[in-house]
Design a protein around this ligand. Structure first.
Ligand code: PLP
Length: 310
């Protein structure tokens, strides 16, 4: 594929990136009416693809977008797009929009959803150095919505609140931004989930705080337990956040990244802590484990090494 443009899947057909198009009348563009997934493939394994497909189908059910593909069809389409592009390591963006309709908001004018799959090699959001040194954040003045279907629990195409919050981080010169919920409790980062460690206990906000049910979050919760830590989902106040021993974020785009300063306050010793480092190592190990995902190509067993006879 070297030098060639990636092919984009659109409704069962493949178009080169530069000319891949959908209608400007698509309600995904006009109203943010659609849902999406960010997925990653590592060394030929699509990390937790099944869970991403389950989540997008939950969103489709809620938004009442009916697609003509089964969960298995959609999984196959993702894998086939990666195969076509010959990508073994890639970021995958799967989008389902309401489809082309009238200029009015009424979803009934869009009978045919658009299904789009983009794949390309994309480095983790904050770069590899961030994983070793940690990153900084502020707390946004924008609040995650109440849990009423418009919060990030639904991974819809409306990310404008996160975009505005990201501008606050840019203006403040930090890498990230923490979102609070409507009560003032800690929710998540603008595009990733939040964890803290206090006295060896791993903690993360509950879904009542308007978070996205992150696939990485859920795997990291389990990983924490596998590593022998106590793990709690609970309400976290900003005070507790700033007094944590360690803070880290999780997400498909960013993976696992230590956060070492928030709102000008050093977290713990102001450097990546031991629990975060262990989680990062464990996460990296998992991404290389075929049991943690879907293979892009079936692996041919390596024949046993021949013993020398002479
Ligand atoms: C708002 C938000 N929170 C959390 C996450 C992390 O979710 P996941 O681990 O499934 O990528 C994302 C990722 O897209 C996100 O957009």
């Amino acid at each position: 594929m070297a030098g060639k443009e990636p092919l984009v899947y659109i409704d069962g057909e493949y178009q080169p990136k530069g000319s891949a198009k959908i209608s400007v009348y698509d309600h995904g563009l006009l109203y943010g009416d659609g849902v999406f997934e960010g997925i990653r493939a590592y060394s030929g394994i699509v990390f937790h693809l099944r869970e991403h497909i389950e989540r997008i189908f939950e969103g489709l059910r809620l938004t009442r977008i009916n697609i003509p593909l089964s969960k298995q069809d959609l999984m196959d389409a993702v894998v086939e797009t990666l195969r076509k592009n010959n990508f073994m390591d890639a970021y995958i963006r799967l989008i389902v929009t309401r489809g082309r309709g009238n200029l009015g908001l009424d979803p009934r004018s869009s009978p045919k959803p658009s299904i789009i799959i983009m794949t390309e090699p994309v480095a983790p959001a904050h770069g590899r150095e961030a994983r070793e040194k940690g990153i900084t954040a502020i707390i946004s003045s924008y609040r995650r919505d109440m849990v009423d279907g418009t919060s990030h629990e639904l991974k819809s195409l409306n990310y404008i609140q996160s975009v505005l919050a990201k501008f606050q981080a840019i203006d403040a010169g930090t890498d990230e931004v923490v979102m609070l919920d409507h009560r003032g409790m800690v929710s998540e980062f603008h595009g990733s989930n939040l964890f803290l460690v206090k006295q060896g206990i791993i903690q993360t906000p509950t879904s009542a705080a308007g978070i996205l049910h992150g696939i990485t979050r859920s795997r990291v919760l389990k990983l924490g337990e596998e590593l022998g830590y106590d793990v709690h989902e609970r309400d976290i106040t900003p005070y507790e956040l700033l007094n944590a021993d360690e803070v880290f974020l999780t997400g498909t785009m960013a993976e696992v990244v230590p956060v070492i300063r928030i709102q000008g306050v050093a977290i713990g010793e102001g450097k990546p802590g031991p629990v975060t480092k262990e989680i990062i190592k464990g996460f990296q190990r998992m991404t290389q484990d075929p049991k943690e995902g879907t293979l892009i190509r079936e692996r041919v067993p390596v024949p046993p090494a021949r013993t020398r006879t002479s």
